[in-house]
Design a protein around this ligand. Structure first.
Ligand SMILES: [Zn+2]
Length: 135
């Protein structure tokens, strides 16, 4: 996988990693500070282009789930990806916005929060941060 820094044009997370789910919510762009209504790509529960909003429960009935087995009612934190829709934002270069990272918190299977974070810029891994025995 080893995405190299400087190779940012490859970072469109949609095509790069196959299908992911989308969380639609408002999130603050870390570069310009604008609250953008964005779609945050993430991979937990059934992975298959599902759309969610904050407060909704994840679905687990499907062929491809991540993690493979639904965790018991723990707090799960995962990295998602979004783009700033403010055309004047410095993230926009060559007509494409840079991908930003979001930390999504899932409490007892319900999407509780999403906030901008810095985890591994230039690496799209959809990492699960917590619990740390889940990948
Ligand atoms: Zn921005």
């Amino acid at each position: 996988m080893g995405q190299q820094a400087g190779n940012t044009k490859e970072l469109g997370y949609g095509g790069y990693t196959g299908s992911s789910n989308t969380l639609y919510c408002e999130i603050k762009c870390p570069k310009c500070g604008t609250a953008v209504a964005s779609g945050i790509g993430f991979k937990v529960g059934v992975v298959g282009r599902l759309s969610y909003k904050l407060g909704e429960a994840l679905k687990w009935e499907g062929t491809e789930t991540r993690p493979e087995n639904r965790p018991k009612d723990v707090t799960l934190k995962t990295i998602g990806y979004f783009e700033c829709d403010n055309l004047n934002c410095e993230t926009w270069q060559d007509c494409y916005p840079e991908v930003q990272e979001a930390l999504i918190t899932i409490t007892a299977n319900v999407i509780a929060a999403a906030e901008p974070t810095t985890h591994k810029p230039n690496h799209i891994g959809f990492d699960i941060i917590e619990p740390n025995d889940v990948t």
